[in-house]
Design a protein around this ligand. Sequence first.
Ligand SMILES: Cc1cc2nc3c(=O)[nH]c(=O)nc-3n(C[C@H](O)[C@H](O)[C@H](O)COP(=O)(O)OP(=O)(O)OC[C@H]3O[C@@H](n4cnc5c(N)ncnc54)[C@H](O)[C@@H]3O)c2cc1C
Length: 460
Amino acid sequence: MAPDVIIVGAGPAGIFATLELLDRGVGKVLILEKGFPLEKRRCFLRETGRCRQCEPCNLLSGWGGAGAFSDGKLTLSPYVGGFLGDLVGRERLESLIKEVDRRFMEFGAPSKVYGQPGDAMEALARKSVQAGLRLVPVPVRPMGTHRCSQVLDALFRHLTGRVEVIFNREVEAIRLVNGYKEVVTSSGEAYRAPFLLLAPGREGNRWLRDQLEPLGVGFETNPVDVGVRVEVPAEVMEEVTSVAYEAKLLFNAPTFDDEVRTFCMCPHGEVVMEYRSGLYTVNGHSHGKESTTYTNFALLVRTAFTEPFDSPVAYGEYLARLANLLVGTVIVQRLGDLRMGRRSTPERIKRGLIEPTLAEAVPGDLSFALPYRYLVDILEMLEAMDRVMPGVNSRHTLLYGIEVKFYSLRPQMSESLETPVPGLFVAGDGAGVSRGLIQAAASGVLAARAVLERLKTSTL
Ligand SMILES: Cc1cc2nc3c(=O)[nH]c(=O)nc-3n(C[C@H](O)[C@H](O)[C@H](O)COP(=O)(O)OP(=O)(O)OC[C@H]3O[C@@H](n4cnc5c(N)ncnc54)[C@H](O)[C@@H]3O)c2cc1C
């Protein structure tokens, strides 16, 4: 039987859209996912440190999407993790976040939330201001990698048999046929439905553009975030991470007047490599079960380029490629070596206090890869942070580079995430509306509700 709705992508956006549709009585949903079911997703980079460049990438693709092996930090604030608030307003987003969070809990997310308002947060905020930093309060519900997989598995079991999920099916093309949306897979099958929701994640953003532009949908250019991942002994950050788990700190760097921010703090975690479009970049994880004695976080500088330059993604990729060119993978450098203008060597790293958790990173010199502006911004931020967390600016601190966060180009859409093509919806990171699990899931719910409204009057 032909489906009412086809969903491309089984990340949080696609999964939560499906849940919403089923809850409200739409039974004919087809999910097409180019990756594999959770139990078949095997990432060699995570397991052995050697990326086998699988196609599709098992770290990013398959049931649960890019977040399946993450430490599953649910950030419960409308100010971080996406831009849905720009479309629907902060209050509506807050209520959506609450709903989605409740659902994550129904499927097994733990009850503890860090970073709630209270004396400890206020004291931290005061100390931050005195150091020239702004602490953005962000309640975080960390699931941990293990629990995150369990939650995704529970969601899969809940949906199995109620919707059709076809794995290992990459959607290549989209066509409009008499009001229907037809998708054609790489193996040549075609499926049609009156409603189509595209939720292909960040790495699917280019594909999304290739599909939507010929249909007359315009796109907005977004900024790019460039920086490094910082690794310190966990004790250095304990005062902050025990209260806020993930402290969002903002800093106005004096020399270039740029905003630098902390991102994705991973207490007792490890630094990991990411492989995307032929490039190695860095990221971080906190494991719920196996913890390390280190904490890592990213320091990022956002750049919104102005005319005539309009290729922020190409720029970010170029910088990452430069770091890869120097050492074949990602660079690790001691802060002390960077300040002294010399490369880190394996011997120098060994003499340091921190044993890199990303063993595959090669000691080198970040100043050959990162533009002066970003280096200065980052060094200034570390100095300020040291006043709140003494030890962050130590010469032993490790910097891994480079970390790049691309913002997906955002297609034209309404506040219910419908593109100018009637019945064609977009959601999640790939559509540039989210940058985290919660807002990705919330965007799926939002799109599903709009589809439900439209189904009531559809004549197809
Ligand atoms: C290492 C890592 C750690 C992270 N940690 C956190 C965290 O702690 N907290 C947090 O909030 N966020 C985290 N994130 C971000 C979070 O995972 C994403 O924001 C979220 O997964 C986006 O959801 P999505 O549904 O939009 O896209 P995705 O999760 O990327 O899912 C998109 C899916 O679509 C599929 N797809 C793409 N194109 C096609 C196609 N043409 N045909 C068929 N299928 C297709 C992909 O295979 C993929 O499975 C992390 C991300 C990474 C990579």
